[in-house]
Design a protein around this ligand. Structure first.
Ligand SMILES: [Zn+2]
Length: 258
């Protein structure tokens, strides 16, 4: 980071400390530091294997048995994705957000990542807009279950509560964001007067909407990203660097200044 970085860190920490309701928005950039390449871009799974079908959810609904057979015995890109996800561990950026939550400052983390790393690190208030790859969700009653709690002897697996069809909690292409999570994200964005945007350019709806909503209401945005993004112009504080480098330093300054 540049020489002005210490001042920038202090100003961002002060902003966080004077806010009433701080939330975070995270994305693929945070996972990269845990060894999960972004889907798109150099080295990305979709760049190398091609984009998955845009109607994945419709395909699941049309033939859930086939979709589950492929999921339980993955090949090609899906196998590689599973192996990458199961080997990944939280990094310093995830742990910094846990600390901020434990200090009573960070109210919740909205993430676009499906890798479970925020929960694995110890974050409690996590809203996973694109779902969680370690969970199974009922498409009827929206209840979620850990994978090991589900019987896969007969496909498709059925919900223990309502007998609805179960699918991965990961939101497929063409699938609506689960309304319970989306509703809570909008509630948090309404309450927030400060958002820490880490490792995401937040260009994809609905994630893109949250920082804009907060900024329009006069709230502050603190961006942590190695690169300039479409959000940068809206951000009061921009800290250049990866989430794993910068977030722990913000927490350090928050602790020092509080
Ligand atoms: Zn159900």
């Amino acid at each position: 980071m540049e020489s002005s970085a210490a001042d920038d860190l202090d100003r961002a920490a002060e902003c966080i400390l004077r806010s009433r309701h701080v939330i975070a928005l995270t994305g693929a950039g945070l996972s990269v530091e845990s060894g999960i390449p972004p889907f798109r871009g150099p080295g990305g799974i979709w760049t190398r294997y091609g984009e998955p079908p845009m109607d994945g959810y419709q395909r699941f609904l049309a033939d859930p048995v086939k979709a589950w057979e492929e999921r339980l015995d993955p090949s090609g890109p899906m196998r590689e994705l599973w192996e990458t996800l199961s080997a990944a561990r939280p990094n310093a950026g995830h742990r910094a957000l846990v600390e901020l939550e434990e200090l009573g400052i960070l109210r919740c983390t909205i993430t676009q990542n499906v890798d479970d790393l925020h929960r694995a690190a110890g974050s409690r208030a996590v809203l996973e807009i694109h779902g969680n790859a370690t969970l199974i969700r009922c498409i009827q009653c929206v209840e979620r279950f850990p994978r090991k709690a589900i019987d896969f002897a007969t496909l498709p697996p059925r919900c223990p509560l309502c007998d609805g069809i179960l699918k991965s909690d990961t939101v497929a292409f063409g699938e609506p964001i689960p309304p319970d999570v989306l509703g809570r994200c909008f509630e948090e964005a309404e309450l927030a007067d400060c958002m820490l945007v880490a490792g995401t350019s937040a260009t994809v709806y609905p994630a893109a909407q949250f920082p804009i909503t907060i900024q329009e209401r006069g709230g502050d945005l603190v961006e942590v990203n190695p690169y300039e993004t479409e959000l940068t112009a809206l951000c009061q504080h921009t800290l250049r660097g990866t989430a794993g480098e910068v977030l722990p330093r913000i927490v350090e300054r928050v602790r020092a200044l509080r």
